[in-house]
Design a binder for this molecule. Structure first.
Ligand SMILES: Nc1ncnc2c1ncn2[C@@H]1O[C@H](COP(=O)(O)OP(=O)(O)OP(=O)(O)O)[C@@H](O)[C@H]1O
Length: 304
């Protein structure tokens, strides 16, 4: 397990992390979400020894991370960390050597990752000549080239075109299949929803929600019901007790039910107005869950 445990961090009087904790199992992908300035980068920098926590620690396989363990972690910093004048291939090989690979292994791994990330044609170009997205691919190659046991990636998808997103996603999923725990931060919640086994939402210095997307959904389940009655008169649901009409368009109605409201009462009321063609709980998207969690930060860990 990769464990972030009880991290506290203040900058002056500004408390950024107030007991942040989550775990990432080997072979799973964890999406680290939160508003701008929530503290995601700070959390990852603490893991990498680039910021010191006021309290708490990060462990890998039960051992607190030290510099030796960190050499086994592939890290993509938010500020990126490339040498602009170095050639792409040299740069990636340099990171491989830095993580302890010998010259032969570094050359082989560099060749493999440069090709896999679609940089083969740019291998001898200086990094500064590459577009932002391609520089990002170089950064990723640098994080992957040492065959890391763990990946910690700060906004790896930002600035990538859809093809870049797909090749990065494939690369990460193949790492996960190989047993690597992957943590990445992102504001692209559709990607997080698509790729991650579990997600954590950081707000107010705490993880306000962690779990699988389905677990987060279940927490919200039983609230939003979509009912389609094509021939129903307008406002048919307005008088159904324990129900609030969220939206109504033609016969397509989205209802929020109070906890004690029986959905069968709603179904009976709908049937009384006409033929019901759709009656189902609405699955909130991760974007909706995120808005809810960030708006009302009350720490809940559904993964327990
Ligand atoms: N070295 C520092 N000195 C003072 N304040 C800092 C420092 N590093 C970060 N902060 C502050 O800590 C807060 C959290 O920043 P951080 O970069 O960790 O957030 P984030 O969740 O990664 O944000 P974003 O999504 O915008 O990248 C911000 O208010 C930031 O200004």
């Amino acid at each position: 397990m990769l464990e972030f445990d009880g991290l506290h961090k203040s900058f002056g009087h500004h408390r950024v992390l107030d007991g942040v904790g989550f775990t990432v199992a080997p072979g799973t992908m964890f999406g680290f979400c939160g508003s701008n300035g929530a503290g995601k980068t700070t959390t990852m920098r603490i893991a990498m020894g680039l910021a010191r926590p006021d309290a708490g620690e990060v462990r890998w396989r039960g051992r607190p991370l030290d510099q030796a363990l960190r050499r086994r972690i592939g890290y993509m910093p938010e500020e990126r960390g490339l040498y602009p004048k170095m050639k792409v291939g040299e740069q990636v090989a340099y990171f491989a050597r830095l993580h302890g690979l010998d010259a032969g292994a570094a050359a082989r791994a560099t060749g493999e990752w440069v090709e896999r990330l679609g940089l083969g044609a740019r291998r001898t170009d200086p990094v500064e000549k590459l577009s932002l997205g391609n520089q990002q691919r170089v950064q990723l190659a640098a994080a992957l080239v040492s065959r890391p046991e763990v990946l910690i990636l700060d906004e790896p998808f930002s600035g990538l075109d859809p093809v870049g997103v797909d090749s990065l996603a494939d690369a990460l999923l193949s790492q996960v299949r190989g047993g690597v725990p992957v943590v990445f931060s992102s504001h692209q919640l559709d990607l997080v929803e698509r790729l991650c086994d579990s997600v954590g939402i950081l707000a107010g210095g705490r993880m306000v929600a962690t779990g699988t997307v389905d677990e987060l959904r279940r927490r919200e389940a039983g609230r939003l019901l979509r009912v389609v009655v094509p021939d129903a008169p307008p406002h048919w649901a307005a008088d159904v007790p324990g129900v609030r009409v969220v939206s109504e368009q033609g016969g397509d109605t989205l209802l929020e039910l109070k906890a004690e409201t029986d959905d069968q009462t709603v179904l009976a009321a709908a049937l009384a107005t006409g033929r019901v063609t759709h009656f189902a709980w609405q699955q909130p998207s991760l974007v909706e869950l995120f808005r809810e969690a960030v708006a009302a930060p009350s720490a809940t860990d559904v993964a327990a």
